[in-house]
Ligand binder design. Structure first.
Ligand SMILES: [Cu+2]
Length: 254
């Protein structure tokens, strides 16, 4: 494949190019890093998604759903205190790819640079889905685009200090009226949480058990009239301070 063809094929989708916490900006994982030796250091987990592609609903129970295709541990960490807001900056996102944006966290119980991703038990810490309307309506991805491709998520206020994987995910629903038409774009980021929080993550589950291939929020027709959309996956974690509406407001104020 020529470089020109590659450039054209990657133009549609995006990736988290940087993560901002406080006054620090960290490098996310750019799929083109796989062509560089040594690869630049990044806080985002490496993945084999050079086409900026997605994980299909056929793989929701496979390890690729955890941190994208054939993902391997990031070697760097974002440092943030419990209660801090982290900004996830995508390089771009296509208008047509409406859908929810969901964040999960799992404790590495040690070192996230070597942890086995299949052992991570995640809780949902924040999620945004349908803001208003239908056919197709205004979605979290539309807020992302109008917010310069930045999504802000909050580290739970009382989360115990330690090393965590933040799993940040967009689910694009533009083709989801068909079976296996939804597109999952997960990205994992290592976060070193500081502070004096006392709540450990409990009740988490592996990302491979979040979704059902034919679940009602995975197979979903955007191009019809609907009055609500249920964000898929487990319920919001009891220890998560951020509530859904709050994030919607944050975007509009930004
Ligand atoms: Cu696409």
């Amino acid at each position: 494949m020529t470089l020109g063809a590659f450039a054209a094929s990657v133009s549609a989708h995006g990736y988290v190019e940087s993560v901002i916490a406080g006054s620090s900006t960290y490098t996310g994982y750019n799929p083109s890093f796989s062509y560089q030796t040594p690869a630049p250091k990044a806080v985002g987990w490496a993945a084999e998604n050079q086409d900026n592609g997605y994980v299909s609903p056929t793989a929701v129970a496979e390890p690729d759903i955890i941190c994208h295709k054939s993902a391997t541990n990031a070697k760097e960490y974002v440092t943030a205190a419990a209660g801090d807001e982290i900004s996830l900056k995508w390089n771009t996102w296509p208008d047509s790819h409406h859908g929810p944006i969901i964040n999960y966290m799992a404790s590495c119980d040690g070192d996230c640079t070597t942890v086995d991703k299949t052992k991570l038990n995640f809780v949902k810490t924040d999620a945004s889905g349908l803001d208003s309307g239908s056919n197709p309506g205004t979605w979290a991805t539309d807020d992302l685009i109008s917010n310069n491709f930045v999504y802000k998520t909050k580290i739970p206020a009382d989360l115990k200090a330690g090393n965590y994987v933040l799993r940040h995910e967009i689910i694009a629903l533009h083709s989801a009226s068909q079976k296996d038409g939804a597109q999952f774009y997960p990205q994992c980021i290592n976060v070193k949480v500081t502070g004096s929080g006392s709540t450990a993550i409990s009740g988490g589950e592996p990302a491979t058990s979040f979704y059902k291939e034919t679940g009602p929020s995975i197979q979903f027709n955007l191009y019809t009239t609907f009055s609500s959309y249920t964000i898929p996956g487990p319920a919001l974690w009891s220890g998560a301070a951020a509530k859904l509406r709050r994030h919607v407001r944050d975007f509009r104020l930004f």
